[in-house]
Design a protein around this ligand. Sequence first.
Ligand code: GLU
Length: 469
Amino acid sequence: MSGNNRARTRFAPSPTGFLHIGGARTALYNWLYSRGNGGDFILRVEDTDQVRSTEESTRAILDAMIWLGLSWDEGPYFQAQRIDIHRQMVEKLLVGGKAFCCDCTPEQLEERRKEELAAGRKPKYGGRCRERGLKRGPGVAVRFRCPDQGTTVVDDLIKGRVTFNNEELDDLVIERADGYPTYNFAVVVDDALMNITHVIRGDDHLNNTPRQILIYEALGYKVPFFGHLPMILGADKARLSKRHGATSVMAYKEMGYLPEALVNYLVRLGWSYGDQEIFHLKELISIFTLEAVGKSAAIFNPEKLLWLNQHYIKTADNERLVDDMLPFWKGRNIEPRSRGYACAVVADLKPRVKTLVELAEAGTFYFHSDLRYDEKAAEEFLKPDAATILTALAAELPSQNNFSKEAIDSFLRSFAQQRELKLKAIIPPLRVALTGKTVSPGIDEVMVTLGRPEVIRRMEKAIAHIERL
Ligand code: GLU
């Protein structure tokens, strides 16, 4: 009963902060569902909270969606620009007797709340203004006349059937005393007028859904399908928050994650497809279903995300990685001498790193001719006998016509053989001379990438360093 034909879905963030992991997963599932069902994905910014909404947050959310590759077909619509429509719909309910005006002050409501609590009852509005026939105007709120009896059923695509007693729902405010619509009202009007067929969102909204269904019915709109996604929790089973690490999507970009790693991670957070772990966005479109979304909360696992990131970096195209690396290099005042050089650097490093930040850190030696040696590495390996070896190597290198990985490999071997040396005596000092460190990509790869003139320059510099000791 998923009503699969031409699904119109939407993502409706409130611009009061960054796009977080949970919101991004909601956006992704909506995106996938509409893409997989020949429909459209609509972006609507719910900015009716004038105090907390900011343009900066809207920009940040849009940037994060673009970065993740979640393109929208319509919008962004801005809810605050639709207030006149909401107001008309409020009027429609008032005229039909399905809503009423209420001038209860916050103090009166609070007093009533306390009385109810004192009497051991669940606080309810109590219907004080229901029959007073007040007029709409400044300082007057509008409430939905909720049926006192009966039940409202949510046939949720993920949670199954959930039944609510109308008595519990209360006469909710649909227009505040300042003339602004409340979330539960505006969301219904907008979803209905935007012909949304499937509302997929976090299950923190499940309790709002019966209220919204009653408003759909009161306005004579077709009720859409609903799918409520389980929460995302930290390893300690508490709701995911800052103390579990970064929760904003763009923080992951800054930490050197690739968007496809995050998308792959997010899709598996509550959805599964056999044992498969690696999913590309395009492939997901045809295999994603809401039926395969789990009912229980998902646990955020940063190590798995890191593992996926490593996979995507390792398999990424070099040119593309260079584009992604440019800002990270720039932040370290590194400007690759050429595009080709940058490509060679990422090719050397991509099998060895988990993030782009690591790639930038591990690769600084490629860009600094004036290498600073790691103190311990230099102490251990840049010693007088190393100077002899490096001098001999530097003398023979220019005569090697072929400077490929294979040629370098066999040159180093025969060099060692001729002098009855172990490779272990040659490679470590050479590595420190070329990279400043004891850990690096294969020495042959490093040499090819640096190029013969730079290799010889670095060897000479190391020899001079040893001679100064
Ligand atoms: N603006 C609401 C939120 O961010 C939208 C909820 C919904 O999708 O209906 O929570």
